[in-house]
Write a protein that binds this ligand. Structure first.
Ligand SMILES: N[C@@H](CCC(=O)N[C@@H](CS)C(=O)NCC(=O)O)C(=O)O
Length: 203
């Protein structure tokens, strides 16, 4: 099994964390690639050419979520998508909001990589507002323990990787201000070895 990744992608980080947590990391060859480079070896496997991409024989899986589902099934576990006692659709709603939060931060971080004069002020404003709304929403879910301290499933991993992206690439987002519960939730997770080992590097 091999997995194409970059050192700074929050999506690749989700899959890397999942591989560690489920005990597959040592069985996966991690291949670091340079996104958008014409000689990216991932082009031989995927026309979409985004990280993470998992390759196993003739099977090619992109999308961090699908890779996590695959890891669960491969190991015969329900590690990242456990059966819930609460309404399954509430869980799916939560996951969608957290994923949307990450997607917004990723768009913002990508825009920040452009030259200042090439950045869209509208896009930056829209993403900053989206992030603030999501942070307030998430703070409530931490305070009422929907996002409780023991939770370390797919949604929680995505949230940790999103906040890691904010710390790594979004200096202009002071996300801890006004969100003490989220700060504490994330602070406890940063001590976890899977997050330490996958700390974003570069760009
Ligand atoms: N929805 C995808 C997003 C993956 C994604 O956007 N990866 C970025 C890196 S953060 C990428 O590989 N971009 C390459 C490109 O846009 O050419 C997932 O969940 O895995």
């Amino acid at each position: 099994m091999k997995m194409f990744i970059t050192a700074d992608s929050p999506y690749a980080r989700i899959a890397r964390v999942a591989a560690i947590e489920i005990g597959l990391a040592e069985r996966i060859e991690h291949i670091y690639v340079s996104n958008r480079s014409p000689d990216n070896p991932l082009l031989d496997f995927s026309p979409v050419c985004r990280v993470p991409t998992l390759v196993f024989g003739d099977l090619v899986i992109s999308e961090a979520r699908h890779i996590c589902v695959y890891f669960d099934e491969f190991m015969g576990l329900k590690r990242f998508f456990p059966a819930r006692h609460v309404d399954k659709w509430q869980e799916i709603g939560l996951e969608g909001t957290i994923t949307g939060f990450l997607d917004g931060l990723a768009v913002w971080a990508r825009e920040n990589r452009r030259l200042p004069e090439e950045r869209s002020p509208l896009l930056l404003e829209v993403e900053a507002a989206r992030a603030e709304r999501c942070l307030d929403w998430l703070e409530i879910r931490v305070q009422n323990a929907v996002l409780h301290s023991q939770r370390w499933d797919f949604s929680a991993i995505v949230l940790a990787c999103a906040l890691g992206l904010a710390d790594h690439a979004l200096d202009d987002l002071d996300w801890r201000r006004g969100h003490p519960g989220l700060d504490a939730w994330y602070g406890a997770r940063t001590q976890m070895s899977a997050l330490i080992k996958t700390m974003p590097v570069g760009e």
